[in-house]
Design a protein around this ligand. Sequence first.
Ligand code: NAP
Length: 356
Amino acid sequence: MPHTTGVRKRKVAVLGASGTVGQRFISLLAGHPWFEISALTTSDAKAGKRYGDVTPWLLGEDMPPEVADMRVETTRGDLDAEICFSALPSEAAEEWEAALAKAGHHVFSNVKTHRMDDDVPLILAEVNPEHANALDVQRRNRGWTGSIVTNGNCSAITFTLAAAPLHLAFGIEQVVVTTLQALSGAGYPGVPSLDALDNVIPFIGEEEEKMEQETKKFLGSWDGTSFKDAEFPFSAHCNRVSVRDGHTVTVSAALRGRPGLREVTLAMRAFKGRPQQLGLPSAPKQPIVVRDEQDRPQPMRDRMAGNGMSVVVGRVREDPVLGLKFVVLGHNTIRGAAGASVLNAELLAAEGCLGA
Ligand code: NAP
């Protein structure tokens, strides 16, 4: 049963509302049972204009009419919203996210700026909800009445969600991944068409480092005073490919005890977390969908599994070098960005971390 009865609606702002991730936020928040959009921010040049007039709408469904008529604002500390969902470019996030938290807002950020800070939780709701306990230390350290919670880079989220039950049940000894990342991961307008079409670009700035660091923070622990990273060698190759939405990650891993393929798929299929226990509005029934066909997952066919909130695993098989290999796909702007943030906000609201 979804956990929706008797919940007070909270006002929320979308920061960077006209961009790729900002638009996903709008689509996920329109009609949300707990949250109500009260402010939209863009760069200063557009402030005061109608959202529908300044936004190059990219999604398949129509722009929600009530949002199209809202006036966009500049990002500033006194926005009329309890929660701020941030899809800002990193320079703007540096300027505004801490200022908003200081002014009492609860910021849920997609941006890299604060992800690796010592007192900022990097949360993947099914995997490490207990990291939210770091908020007490954050508020004490910084003298904030608000807070910052981050979600990870889109590829780190996709890999980590599939890997979490394996790390929990067996322990990861080492892992090598190769990503095939969609164009929407580069924002809008993103990669020029003449670079993207008919091509693979074998470099995405900072992506390999982010994947390695964030995965270890997600799978690590919070001991009451600091985060302790999970420890295993991790190697990532990150590539941009000509796919619209959906990041594919091919994985080779060594697990402790070398479990069989059946044990691995059972652990993934059975995996559920706090969002499923609480019946949160955006929680997918199955965080990890495992498919048996030999040619799945595929971005075009599988990215909307669980309304874009599940990752889809396939081709689970033996790896002659490390023991296990599989493919995992995640929707980069839903599970890998806006949807992950909305789920984190639902989780913290349900757990009483955002005040009554
Ligand atoms: P994007 O398409 O380039 O959108 C960024 C938007 O921010 C632009 O529309 C820009 O709007 C707006 N903006 C610039 N300065 C602003 C300010 N001071 N206040 C409010 N809005 C401002 O980029 P994106 O892909 O949505 O990414 C947004 C953030 O999420 C980035 O930090 C990115 O790294 C992160 N992220 C993206 C993905 C993904 O899959 N795309 C996944 C995870 C994380 P104007 O038109 O007004 O200039």
